[in-house]
Design a protein around this ligand. Sequence first.
Ligand code: KIV
Length: 273
Amino acid sequence: MSASSGEGARVTIRDFQERKNRGEKLVVVTAYDALFGKLVDESGVDAVLVGDSLGNLLAGFDTTLPVTLDQMIYHARSTRAGVKRALLIVDMPFLTYQVSWRRALVNCGRVMQEGGADSVKLEGASENVLTAVRAVTGAGIPVMGHLGFTPQSVLALGGARVQARDAQSAKQIVEDAKRLEGAGAFSIVLELVPAKVAARVTEAVSIPTIGIGAGASCSGQVLVLHDLLGLNEGFSPKFLKRYAAIAADVRNAISRFGEEVRAGSYPDDDHSF
Ligand code: KIV
């Protein structure tokens, strides 16, 4: 057992790799604040992802494109306050890492220093992104890659659709994964990729792959907390399994509160001073 993997110790990227090597599936769930960060951490996940999906779920944007670096840092710092054990990964938002490796380094540095992240996640494998990954990992910042459907390119991809369906693009995603590994990424998210292609990618690299809509062969799985809790009722892609129906519970609790206030039964003597 490594010094970092003792009872109650913080999960590191080394633990990530060792768990993958032992054939243990990795579990990653998103969180955007201290309260949910704590609950997710206490549930025993390997990593908590402060995803820029917070743009859709918290801010109500149609895409993740409007999310800013300052917003990510605010949510990273809030989530850090609740996450004591799991690896904290933070998404770098749109155009904070593609423009130049210098800007990528400065911006990733801010997410680490001001947001308290353990690592950052960058989408894609263009030359600019690979250069950024090399620079950022070269500075000692762990980087997770993200291939397949990359939400920051949703407009260019023509919607949230399954990627790498044909032989040429399947070959490309395998090559991209190898390049990301070569550039120093410690893990790669595979989003909306056919299960067989995700299996090929997972075979082709030695770092862990984390799937979302990418079948069972990945080294681990990630889901967005609000989706798995059934808080985001309007979102029902095929890959999503809901493990609770919290939206209904929220409405039910609040309407019971309203009924009791209107009926004069709350607060009763037990809830009054
Ligand atoms: O932003 C996010 O929540 C993500 C996950 C879907 C992997 O990138």
